[in-house]
Every structure is written in structure tokens, then in C-alpha cells.
Write a protein that binds this ligand. Structure first.
Ligand code: HT7
Ligand code: ZN
Length: 873
């Protein structure tokens, strides 16, 4: 299992000028003919080495029409070497593959009776022999032949050139993609699917036919995706000046998919979870996720497809940038502050944790064993933060000038993160060489801030100290360029004007933008009448862990007065985290629990003002998760965190009981469900109120909420509360009701599994184990597997980390089984065990013992092997 290094990158030795693929789809096996026109680029290369999975059955191979002799062929380690090839030639291979047995869900496989593909990152080599690397771009012609009754719809990339009927009830379709593309963007779909049709006229007048293919029963659920697609297409024109470039854009929904969706050129393939949306089965968050993922995949048409990655180390070139673009798109559709809060929650919960564990890696990794393991929150979400910081440093206009140059310069190319940064520099006459360290250095920077107020001189000073803990393979770290957006708030709650007399900073509309570039930096402000309260890291302007000089009293003040909504939310979260952490230490020292009356008062003030922005009030009053509290301490005090978390929740529930009751009543649905911002905000805040309302132990409001719900948002909010109830009969009844109502909707049933896996009841694991035997459960469907096993292991800290170690052993067993047929999903599932160093010796020993047990298996996939070896070492 070799490690692949960025430093070893070599340009391709051959170019593929054109490729003709012919798929003969049959129930018992598919024959793939691949004809390539190749040109040698490296004169010293005698041999052609193609990538090809060991499962490819090679039926024939010809070079310029002549069979290639066996002694010129050498198959080894997923490659096929053809010795002594000429400078320019045509190579034709015929292989047989078995999509019907492909449970890896990479390459060509079957899902729900249809054929579909997933080629990123290296799935194309499971389909045919090829130069399966992103810097080999080619023009594709694809012919698909299949049974017409079983597979009336035959799709591939680009334009449909020809269709026709054949003998024996078969038919064919011929597709031609006029754009050069790497193999990972190839796609094929064949099935019996219905289609939702629409049109979009680009700003230059191109009429684009938009088609979303799904099972007939699901077609009405595709409308939200279609509307989202049109909004995203318009937004990309308006904000980036980027237009769609073909006359057809297809989306296909499939129910067996390892990730969220795939941006194949003009033929996006989506996990049903991210394309189907309907009030009966989808929450308001689900609707937002569908819109975000539809936009993300569409935006890839330019940032990913027209301009792609030179190699997989550059993955963040397309993913970080496209995540940034989809985040901005979503911010423009709704509330910018709330979107930022949600994105920061994800970043902190998952990316900060990744940075702190054995899989920590830079946004541009330097090595990997299995590239599928590097589709991570670091590459995606931290990558997006890097783009966001450049946007902030250069300003919106400067950033867009950089984007224009990037697109003009690199259209049709496979490039690097450095190329992107160079475009930003050249467009702005800026030097981003220091900033670019963010790409190569792993780990979350810590920023300690101290303040000083000199009452005589009226000078306010801020002292910054940055450091990054060592990460695997990087023991020393250099100081980064950290942009800190901040404001100074006066005693009356208003923004204070000040003059900067020391430090590198710009004054912006949203406050001061400090450029902290050294390990230590000092900023001094004057012309201040009184000591200000600093509002630091507004909008979370850099992905750092800030330790701030702001005390509790000042945080309460910020909750009320900060003009930056993100910082108000942050101050309130900090207060909640502090209260829980104090509770944890009180528990361990057997001392009285902390006094949280001031926090209750601040929350009461927020509730009074709730009508001004109910969606924001819902966010600010949502407590941080137990897992996030766990990140704040080593070892993670699993049980004490739970107890202290419950304590604060109860204090907020009891301390504000009448306010919750009033709010809940006041926010009652007026009229039927609507998917408007106003209704969504009302539902969000009402769900929070319901949670606290029921926390005293009275399940009745939740039960009523469940029974009267006319949409999934409300129903699920109630089900989540009831899932923790100690009334077994009630729980059984409600889960049975949910199942019976929605048994025909797989995405709703995923929620049914997940809610049971997230229950805090002591019998949760027993329940999860018995659900493995449920008729509706299958290890082979990734959505289902993630709903049940993934939710339990990654989302239920209390029960997964039960001191018995049963949760760990359970996960190890499942991963061992899944790894035999779907390594990619197995490798993601095992990750919660890789955090063992953060737990107490007893838990840590049990976690490592499970990891070691798995590692003893000689047949382990490369995916799981990499995670295990890095986690155990
Ligand atoms: N670019 C896509 C990544 C993806 C993927 C990667 C590995 C294995 C399966 C996969 N399915 C989709 C999705 C995206 O980021 O847009
Ligand atoms: Zn993407």
C-alpha cells in the first residue's frame, strides 16, 4: 500500500486526443470498448502505462488495428503496461465488467434497477483501462446500448447526437461532449426514469434545457431542486459573470451513493438526499441543503470542470472555492449571519476536530495512500475559509478581479492552488506569498489575545500571540497571516471611533481589519474616551481558536450590543460553554453547580426581543453540542459533560418557563405550512421553545406538536424530543406511527433510524443493534448505514462512548463487514474511533483495541488501512 507524494508529481507522458467509448449494457455483465487516440508527450517514454482495476477482464487489445502480442503486455498493481508504443497511435481495448456486483459504488454500478457511474476520484479505472488522472483531458464520444424496455433513458455527458432502435428490443444513444474533460467527470446513466423538465435562458440568450430524472413517484419532489438550479444559474451570471456553456443540463437522482452528489459535465448525479425535497419528508434544513448542494454542483461547471485540478493534492482548488461559492450563494438567498453561524458550527465541530487528530493534514495535502480519504472538511470547509480570507483581504472587487483573471488564464486547463493564488496576486498587485502558507500548514492556529487600557493616555492596546500545535508530519509551524475583523464598543453599546497608532490594519465598513502576521503582534488605538469592549473575530474572519480577554460581564454586554450578529451569537455560545465547563469541574470536585442566573437573564432579554429576528433568536438560544464541549477538554469527560449539559438546559428551561410557554403559543402556525423565510424562522424558534418547554419532563407538548404537524420540520422536532423520553410505551407508539406513515419514503425512514440512534436512553445501543435486523435496514445502502450506525457513532457522544466499550466494539464489527464491499464508506464510519487520544485511558485502550483488531485483517482495504495505521501510530 504505497504512499503517494505531491513532490513526486510528473506531468503525463501521453495525451489522449479523443476517446470513443462503447457500452453494451447487459444484466449479466457489461462490455466496454474504449478507443483512444494517443500522442506521446515525453520522448523518452517507450511504454504506455494505463490505469485499470484488477477486476477488468481484458477481452482484446489492438494498437492501430493490430492485436497487441501478449509479451508486450504487463498487468500489475492496477496498471496495464503496453511496451514500446509509437509516438501517435490508436489503442482499442475491450473489457468486461460486472456493474451488477459492484457494491463499492465506484465506477459503473447499479442502483435501484438503473445503471449509473461515480468516477471521482479514481473510479474510471474500474470501467476501462485509461490514463485516469485529472490532468489528462480529452474529448469524449459515448455510445450506450441497452434493453429499451428496462432502460428507456440512456444518458451521458454533452449533447445527444443520435438515438435508434436495434434488434432484440435493444436501443442505443450516442453522446458527444465538446468540452475537454478528465475521466473523473465522465458519467453514464441508463434506467427507467421520469423527468421533470424546465428551461433556462442564459444572459447571452442560450436556451438550456434542464432535466431532473428520478423515479416517477419522486418527480414532484424535484421541483425545489429545479427552482434552486435556476436561481444558482442566474446568481453565477450576476455575481461571477459565469454562464452555462451547453444547451442541456441533466441531473439524475440515485438512492445508493457514497457522497452527496457529483458534478459530471452536464450530467450531475445526485444522492436522492440532496435532490428530493417535500414538506412531508424534508425539514427546512433539508430544503436548504438541497439548494446548497444543487448550487455547489452547478458552480463546479466553472470551478472544477472548465478549470480542473492538476492532481488530487490540489483538490481544494475546486472544492474549497466551490464551497465558498455555494456558501455565498446561500447567504444571498437568506440570512447572511445565520448561514455564517451554521458554517462555523460545522467547521468547528468537524474540521477543528480533524485538525486535532491523527488524520490532520493541510488544505493541500502532501501525501496520501487513498485519495478518497481526503475528501475532508479540511480540504472542503477549511479550503473555503482560505478563499473567504482572500476575499476579505483583497476586498470583494479585488477578489472578483482575481477570479476573472483565473478564468481567462486557465479555462480548459488542469491547474494548482498556486495558480489560483497567483491570479489573485496579479489582479491586485498583491503579495500573497505569506498568506499561501495556509495551504501547506496543517492545524488550527491558536490566537491568544491580551488587552491593556491606560487610563492616563487613553491608549487601548491589544497583544496577539499565535501558535499552532504540531500535527502528524509537521512538528514546527510558521506564523500565518491571520485577518482579524474587530470593533471597539463603547459603554453605551455603540461603535467607538478610534485612531490606530500601532499595528498593520485597514479600516473597513464592518470594523478594523487587523493583519496579524508574526508570532506576536501589538495594536494600539487612541482617541478613545473610555475603555472599549473589543468585539474580536467578527464574522469569524479567520479559522482560528481565539482565547479572548473579554470577561463574562463583557460577554453579556456583547450579546446585547454587538452590531455584528455573528459576534453576538459567539458571546452567548461562549457563556454557555463556560457554564457547562464550570459544571463539569463542579461535578468532578463534588462542588455545587455554577450559578447561571446572569446567563438566564441575558437569554430572557433575547427572548423579549425575539420577534425582531426569530431565526437568529433560535440560533443564539441553541446550546452547543456535547461533542463540541468535549473538544474543549482532554480527556473528554463524557458523563460529566452530559450531566452539566442537562443541568444548563434544565436551568434555562425552568428559569424561563413562562417565556417558553408564551413564545411557543405565540408562534403557533397561522394557516398551513409555507416554505417562506418567515414561516421557516417561526418553525425554528418554536422548535427551540418546544425543546425547553418539554425539558422539565412533560412530553405532552411534544406529543401534541407531533400529532398536529403538517410538515417534517415540526414532526421531527417533536420526534427528537420524544426519542429521549423514558416513557417506553410512548416512544414505541410514536416511532411506530412515524414508520407507518412514511414507510414508502426512504429519506424519511433514514430519519426514523437516525432519531433512534441519537436517543440518549441507556438502551440506545441495544435498539441500534436490533434495528440492524429490521427489514428496512441494509448495510449496502450508504444513506441507511450512515443514518443508523453513523449517527450513533458520530452523533451520540454519551452512548457511543459508554464506558462498557460496547459502542466501540459494535462499530468495529460493522466497519469490518462494510469494508469487504464498500471501503470508502467503511473508512468514513471508522473515524470516531480515531479520536481515542482525546479520551481517558480506559476508553482510549478499548478504542485502540478495536482499531488493532481491525488492523489484524490482512484483506483490509487501502481506505480503512490508511485510517487505522494513522490512528494507531
Ligand atoms: N466532487 C464530488 C466528490 C465526490 C466523490 C469523491 C469520492 C468518492 C465519491 C464521490 N462522490 C462525489 C462532490 C462534490 O464535492 O461536489
Ligand atoms: Zn464539490
Amino acid at each position: 500500500r504505497p504512499t503517494i507524494y505531491l513532490k513526486d508529481y510528473q506531468p503525463p507522458a501521453f495525451r489522449i486526443e479523443r476517446v470513443d467509448l462503447d457500452f453494451d449494457l447487459q444484466e449479466e455483465g457489461t462490455r466496454v470498448t474504449c478507443r483512444m487516440v494517443l500522442q506521446k508527450l515525453a520522448a523518452d517514454q517507450d511504454d504506455l502505462v494505463l490505469d485499470g482495476d484488477a477486476g477488468l477482464k481484458l477481452l482484446s487489445i489492438t494498437l492501430d488495428g493490430q492485436p497487441v502480442a501478449a509479451d508486450r503486455l504487463h498487468r500489475q498493481d492496477e496498471t496495464l503496461r503496453i511496451k514500446a508504443v509509437p509516438d501517435h497511435f490508436t489503442l482499442e481495448t475491450v473489457v468486461e465488467i460486472e456493474p451488477q456486483k459492484n457494491d463499492r459504488l465506484e465506477g459503473l454500478y447499479r442502483s435501484g434497477g438503473q445503471f449509473c457511474t461515480q468516477c471521482e476520484a479514481e473510479g474510471f479505472r474500474n470501467i476501462t483501462f485509461f490514463l485516469d488522472r485529472p490532468d489528462v483531458m480529452s474529448i469524449y464520444h459515448v455510445r450506450i446500448t441497452a434493453d429499451k424496455a428496462l432502460y428507456p433513458v440512456l444518458l451521458s455527458n454533452g449533447n445527444l447526437v443520435e438515438t435508434g432502435d436495434l434488434a432484440n428490443g435493444r436501443h442505443f444513444a450516442l453522446w458527444h461532449d465538446p468540452f475537454q474533460k478528465p475521466s473523473y467527470l465522465f458519467a453514464l446513466v441508463a434506467g427507467d426514469l421520469d423527468c421533470l423538465k424546465d428551461h433556462f435562458t442564459t444572459r447571452s440568450g442560450r436556451d438550456v434545457s434542464l432535466n431532473i430524472y428520478a423515479r416517477a413517484h419522486d418527480l414532484p419532489k424535484c421541483r425545489h431542486a429545479m427552482e434552486s438550479l435556476k436561481r444558482a444559474m442566474r446568481w453565477d451570471e450576476e455575481v461571477y459573470g459565469l454562464e452555462y456553456d451547453l444547451s442541456i443540463f441533466n441531473i439524475v437522482a440515485v438512492s445508493d451513493f457514497n457522497m452527496g452528489a457529483m458534478e459530471n459535465k452536464s450530467l450531475n448525479i445526485f444522492n436522492t438526499k440532496y435532490v428530493l425535497a417535500d414538506p412531508e419528508i424534508s425539514t427546512d434544513d433539508d430544503f436548504d441543503h438541497v439548494e446548497g448542494v444543487i448550487a455547489h454542483e452547478y458552480f463546479h461547471n466553472w470551478t472544477g470542470n472548465r478549470i480542473t485540478c492538476r492532481d488530487w493534492f490540489q483538490l481544494s482548488l475546486k472544492e474549497g472555492l466551490t464551497v465558498f461559492r455555494d456558501q455565498e450563494y446561500s447567504s444571498d438567498q437568506g440570512s447572511r449571519a445565520i448561514k455564517r453561524i451554521q458554517d462555523v458550527r460545522i467547521l468547528r465541530a468537524h474540521q477543528f476536530a480533524e485538525d486535532d487528530g491523527p488524520m490532520a493534514h493541510p488544505v493541500r495535502p502532501e501525501s496520501y495512500m487513498e485519495i478518497n480519504n481526503f475528501y475532508t472538511v479540511t480540504v472542503y470547509n477549511k479550503g473555503a475559509e482560505l478563499i473567504r480570507m482572500m476575499h476579505r483581504i483583497l476586498g470583494a472587487d479585488g477578489f472578483h478581479r482575481g477570479m476573472d483573471i483565473y478564468v481567462q488564464r486557465h479555462d480548459g486547463q488542469a491547474v494548482t492552488c498556486d495558480d489560483f493564488v497567483a491570479a489573485m496576486e496579479d489582479a491586485n498587485g498583491a503579495d500573497l506569498s505569506h498568506f499561501a502558507l495556509w495551504y501547506s500548514q496543517a492545524g488550527t492556529p491558536h490566537l491568544d489575545v491580551r488587552e491593556d487600557w491606560d487610563d492616563k493616555t487613553k491608549i487601548y492596546s491589544l497583544y496577539f500571540k499565535q501558535y499552532i500545535n504540531p500535527t502528524p508530519g509537521q512538528s514546527t509551524k510558521a506564523a500565518l497571516h491571520i485577518p482579524i475583523l474587530m470593533g471597539l464598543i463603547g459603554p453605551n453599546g455603540g461603535e467607538m471611533a478610534a485612531r490606530l497608532i500601532e499595528g498593520d490594519a485597514d479600516q473597513t465598513e464592518k470594523g478594523w481589519l487587523l493583519h496579524v502576521k508574526e508570532a506576536e503582534a501589538v495594536y494600539r488605538f487612541t482617541d478613545l474616551a473610555a475603555k472599549p469592549v473589543p468585539s474580536l473575530l467578527r464574522q469569524f474572519s479567520a479559522p482560528v481558536q481565539l482565547s479572548s480577554p473579554v470577561d463574562d460581564g463583557q460577554k453579556h454586554f456583547l450579546v446585547r450590543h454587538d452590531q455584528d450578529e455573528f459576534s453576538r451569537w459567539e458571546a452567548c455560545q461562549d457563556l454557555m460553554i463556560d457554564a457547562i465547563l464550570k459544571g463539569v469541574s463542579a461535578i468532578s470536585l463534588q462542588k455545587p453547580m455554577p450559578d447561571v442566573s446572569e446567563l438566564i437573564e441575558s437569554c430572557a432579554a433575547l427572548l423579549k426581543d425575539a420577534d425582531r429576528d426569530p431565526a437568529f433568536t433560535a440560533e443564539i438560544l441553541t446550546m452547543p453540542s456535547e461533542a463540541y464541549i468535549g473538544q474543549k477538554m482532554t480527556p473528554v469527560a463524557v458523563d460529566a459533560i452530559h450531566e452539566a449539559h442537562q443541568y444548563l438546559k434544565k436551568a434555562l428551561a425552568d428559569g424561563l418557563a413562562s417565556q417558553w410557554r408564551d413564545l411557543y403559543a405565540r408562534l403557533a402556525n397561522k394557516g398551513p405550512y409555507e416554505l417562506t423565510a418567515e414561516h421557516k424562522a417561526r418553525r425554528a424558534l418554536r422548535s427551540v421553545a418546544l425543546l425547553y418547554l418539554c425539558f422539565g419532563g412533560d412530553s405532552d407538548p411534544a406529543l401534541k406538536h407531533y400529532q398536529t404537524a403538517d410538515n417534517m420540520t415540526d414532526r421531527l422536532a417533536a420526534l427528537r424530543i420524544l426519542s429521549h423520553s423514558d416513557d417506553d410505551d410512548l416512544r414505541e407508539r410514536i416511532f411506530a406511527d412515524f414508520y407507518n406513515r412514511l414507510a414508502h419514503e426512504p429519506l424519511a425512514i433514514d430519519k426514523w433510524f437516525a432519531m433512534q440512534a441519537l436517543s440518549l436512553r441507556p438502551d440506545c445501543l441495544d435498539r441500534v443493534k436490533s434495528l440492524l435486523r429490521h427489514d428496512a435496514f441494509s448495510l449496502r445502502n450508504p444513506n441507511r448505514l450512515r443514518a443508523l450506525v453513523g449517527s450513533f457513532a458520530a452523533g451520540n457522544q454519551l452512548r457511543f462512548h459508554d464506558i462498557s466499550g460496547e459502542g466501540y466494539r459494535f462499530l468495529g464489527k460493522i466497519v469490518g463487514e462494510v469494508d469487504r464491499f464498500n471501503p470508502q464508506t467503511a473508512a468514513r464510519l471508522i473515524l470516531p474511533l480515531s479520536t481515542h487520544k482525546r479520551f481517558d485511558p480506559e476508553r482510549s485502550a478499548m478504542m485502540t483495541s478495536v482499531l488493532r483488531g481491525l488492523a489484524a485483517n490482512k484483506d483490509l482495504s487501502r481506505d480503512v488501512y490508511e485510517i487505522l495505521t494513522k490512528s494507531i501510530s
